[in-house]
Design a protein around this ligand. Sequence first.
Ligand code: ZN
Length: 476
Amino acid sequence: MPKILIPTPLRQYVDKRDSVELSGGTVGEVLGALTSQYAELKHHLYNEEGRLRSFVNVYVNDEDIRYLSKDATPVKDGDTITIVPSIAGGSAGVAAPLETEALNKDEILRYSRHLIMPEVGMEGQLKLKQAKVLLVGTGGLGAPLGMYLAAAGIGRIGLVDFDVVDFTNLQRQVIHGTKDVGRKKLDSAADTMLDINPHIRIDKFEVALTSENALDILKDYDLVIDGTDNFPTRYLVNDACVLLGKPNVYGSIFRFEGQATVFAYQGGPCYRCLYPEPPPPGLVPSCAEGGVLGILPGTVGLIQATEAVKLILGIGEPLVGRLLLYDALAMRFRELKLRRNPECPVCGDHPTVTKLIDYQQFCGVPKPVSTSGDMDVTEVKAKLDRGDRFTFIDVREPHEYRICKIAGTRLIPLGDLPRRVNELDPADEIVVHCKSGVRSGKAVDFLKSAGFANSRNMAGGILAWSDKIDPTVPKY
Ligand code: ZN
């Protein structure tokens, strides 16, 4: 008969024996015989679904069968089955199953300041370790979130991002360093997090979250943290969380102001209860267009991290039904009451949105601006070199003009254009540029509608100028 070697911690359940001989043709059959003879052993070896617990390894003779056929592995007389529960010491490698039912000695030391607080303690720290949190975005909000959630010992953290680190990120996305510029944000973020805490597992999703993949990605996590920067993804994350019944820890930032709350939790409101409709495209500038104080996402991201940890621990008063507004310039927090809207199309009493929709369309994201009439930077340069007579307008803001400018341009910020349009001659040829070509595209639309038929947009803005014409023009 095959022999089963019983490890010391489990001998108390098998009459203090160090080995047991039982018949069976496979590992599953032998262990089945063992646990039916010693019933108490069963829940130490198997989880509720009847699978071997993640921290129990089983060897047949010298072979680790975890990655083989496991229970179906055949055994014969004279074989030795060894049960090896993980013990203190060492750290979980990337592929190794994460032990989530106990803390080892290193972890006890690491989490000491949590363990001595009665509100967390060993029980709470194990809850954190067993928690599965999905972080959508590893940018401004995701950076502090990822670092502190890793440090706090959240056992499994999913990251969704498909972006690459660039120099303009470093002013606030502190999870990435200068050496990471050009790397995938996912890799850079995961490296930082695992350096902070090797006792966690990170799942990387190098995708844009879409209606097609969102439910599949979100379903394995206990809660979702929204660290995105665009409306379509915010509505997508919201709807997916409501449909799956997962809390959605929300934060948003703009210039000096932030918002945070917890949506879709215990009957509380969702993002659509707060904002049933997205703003028209272009009305609310993104951080790339409007700027953001580098420290702001730190403050707001850490409010989200705090809420996530409270939800996992089940302590305190969650930020549910309350919208926290933060004004960094005034250094003031305010709180608004939020109520679930019974008419909400997603979480209301009679929901009309029962599956994910096309969020790009819902948010009216414009198709790429028509670039048919656009002028390439090389064409503009040739005109300047030839001494062609035309009016060259820069529609950026004065503070951007101070960063860099193209010689020969006239500054008329987009917002001032309607008031100052009489400074221009409708008979002239007009070329308009901005930073990247979006605002100047709007300016050209306006000019044409105002009778300046011969107006054209310089494609790619001053960034393209810096790339193709004059590299001494700084990019920002
Ligand atoms: Zn709602």
